[in-house]
Design a protein around this ligand. Structure first.
Ligand code: ADP
Ligand code: MG
Length: 569
């Protein structure tokens, strides 16, 4: 075959292959562009694993009308001019490849308005060429919609995994960026359902709550700051040795706020846990590294997710030392205690005077919803609630525009915890914590029989037990969500449940049991912040209005009911 130059559309598809490997790569490039544009709010929406639709909307600086087309030319970028600029780079992008690559393998439309301009621009690309361009009113910022990804690259399309796998990659990716940029408000919607939402309040621990749940987030240890003059600054959070995971997916690394995947950094962190975790267990960590941009080469791969350090060894030892120091420092300060949920709540709010008489006079929400268990039905979602106060240390009083809500704090927390466990069960990765001091437990013959025959099922639920004489056992590890003092009770409940129920049923029962023990109790005084956190988590559940036992979590008084009771109507 004689040598011929490739046609431009073939070249662009080949090049696109390196940048856009799967739907999550598109999300990555668009989110990076939004961050580079200075956005403080980034909304990501996907459907069908991103194959059908990916939409990223930001409130960044926007594109000037006369540059929108240019942004889609290969190697067009506003971020660098000369090659040496890479050495002082502060943006995530610089290769000018993402937009043209995406447009080569999908239908793309852009609506954008630059901060300095009054009208926005809408532009549509099909098959890499412009099909439509017009002026359009738009808020400041940029919304890019990508549809029919890989429709013209059947080979790629064939290699994509299931919708849920691709969704998983996207969710993981947005999670990483929300951890890297706590000051940016991220939201991810998958097939119309909120998957992730960060507040953008700048507090990394709050993002950890969103990502890993309240208990884990509260237990995470803040990496102690490096000396001010160190070449490498290491920050972030690591899990105490009492919390671990069976996969390495919970290690996140950011270099100068760029999310990177690095075996060397993974190894550095794991080394720091030497002798603290059981084999096969891995920590959770969010590690932020600041280094001089000239000490790191970000231009080693088109997807920019790998980097090269000028001095790997220095970075390795800085990370290992910082993490080890944090773990050791924590151990000596706190002994071997496992931090508990919501430590020492301090009351900061008093209930409003005169509100206590309401409960007798007014009836509850229509009863149709109260037996609803797992299904997501329209109308079960909560409105945005504002906390007013706590009633009898048992109910949270909150208002929305249309009425007043009384929320049972225990039932609500149970619901939140229950869905978390169910979710872990469905992923078949129940988070577990190893016990530093195993708990000894004495079982009845019947329970001991069940335990011996159902060891695998118990292990899947997060419990590992060891025979220690006749009917005595050592509990070595338990589900991470369980509080130390609830372990025995939950185990007994589970053994009871295993006695007769079917697999699906006992999984449900285990989740309900774990959810209940360790949930906030009635009588616990909560701060406004704690009540707000709980409501925010409740809002995100599929069935916020009932607890796992089917009892209501919320009683609602409409404003008109209240008006009627007061004879105002
Ligand atoms: P790069 O990010 O490497 O510069 P891209 O192809 O991703 O290349 O983007 C090209 C250019 O388009 C960027 O340099 C930037 O000027 C502009 N751009 C892309 N996305 C956005 C956005 N969301 N907001 C503002 N400008 C954007
Ligand atoms: Mg870019």
């Amino acid at each position: 075959m004689s040598i011929k130059a490739l046609a431009p559309d073939v070249i662009s598809k080949i090049a696109a292959g390196e940048v856009v490997q799967r739907p999550a790569s598109v999300v990555k490039e668009l989110v990076e562009n939004s961050l580079d544009a200075g956005a403080t709010q980034i909304t990501v929406e996907v459907s069908e694993g991103g194959k059908q639709l990916i939409r990223v909307a930001d409130n960044g600086v926007g594109l000037p009308a006369d540059e929108v087309e240019l942004a889609f030319y290969r190697h067009s970028t506003s971020k660098i001019v000369a090659e040496t600029d890479i050495e002082t780079l502060s943006t995530l992008g610089f290769r000018g490849e993402a937009l043209p690559s995406i447009a080569a393998v999908a239908d793309v439309s852009v609506v954008t308005r630059h901060a300095d301009e009054l009208t926005g621009t809408a532009i549509t690309f099909k098959g890499g060429s412009i099909t439509n361009k017009s002026k359009q009113g738009a808020p400041q910022g940029t919304t890019i919609t990508v549809q029919n990804l890989f429709h013209n690259v059947p080979a790629r399309l064939k290699f994509l995994k299931s919708v849920s796998t691709e969704n998983g990659h996207i969710s993981y990716l947005v999670t990483q960026y929300s951890l890297a940029f706590p000051e940016v408000k991220f939201s991810l919607t998958i097939n119309g359902r909120t998957n992730l939402r960060s507040s953008g309040n700048g507090n990394l621990r709050d993002v950890l709550v969103e990502v890993y749940g309240l208990e884990t987030a509260q237990a995470m240890l803040e990496i102690q700051p490096s000396e001010a003059d160190a070449q490498v600054q290491v920050g972030g959070y690591v899990s105490p040795s009492s919390i671990s995971r069976s996969a390495r997916d919970y290690l996140s690394f950011f270099i100068n706020r760029r999310w990177v995947q690095s075996r060397m950094l993974t190894y550095a962190v794991e080394e720091a846990y030497q002798g603290m975790l059981m084999t096969g267990r891995h920590p959770i960590a969010v590690v932020n590294l600041s280094v001089s941009p000239s000490d790191v080469d970000v231009n080693v791969h088109p997807s920019k997710s790998e980097v090269k350090f000028r001095s790997e060894r220095d970075i390795f030892s800085a990370v290992q030392k910082a993490v080890r120091g944090t773990l050791v420092g924590y151990g000596s300060q706190h002994g071997r205690r496992i931090p508990s949920l919501l430590p020492n709540p301090v009351p900061t709010s008093a209930p409003l005077p005169g509100t206590t008489g309401l409960s007798v006079a007014i009836s509850s929400q229509p009863s149709g919803e109260s037996r609803e268990m797992e299904a997501t039905e329209p109308g079960t979602k909560l409105p945005i609630l504002r906390v007013i106060g706590q009633f009898q240390n048992t109910y949270i009083m909150a208002e929305a525009s249309e009425g007043l809500y009384l929320i049972d704090q225990h039932a609500a927390h149970e619901r939140v915890r229950f869905e978390r466990v169910r979710e872990q069960q469905s992923r078949q990765t129940v988070d577990i914590q190893g016990l530093l001091e195993p708990i000894t437990i004495e079982l009845t013959a019947q329970h001991s029989e069940i335990l011996d025959s159902q060891e695998e099922l118990l292990a899947a639920a997060g419990f590992s037990l060891e025979h220690f004489g006749e009917r005595t056992y050592l509990i070595r590890s338990v589900p991470a969500m369980l509080k130390q003092d609830a372990i025995r009770d939950v185990l007994f409940e589970i053994l009871d449940a295993l006695g007769d129920a079917q697999k699906d049923q006992w999984q449900y029962n285990i989740a309900a049991s774990v959810a209940c023990h360790g949930a906030i109790k009635s009588g616990d005084t909560l701060t406004v912040q704690e009540m707000e956190d709980l409501i925010r988590q409740l809002e995100q559940t599929h069935s916020p209005r009932t607890c796992p036992h089917g009892r209501p979590t919320i009683i609602y008084f409409s404003a008109s009911q209240i008006e009627r009771e007061f004879g105002r109507r």
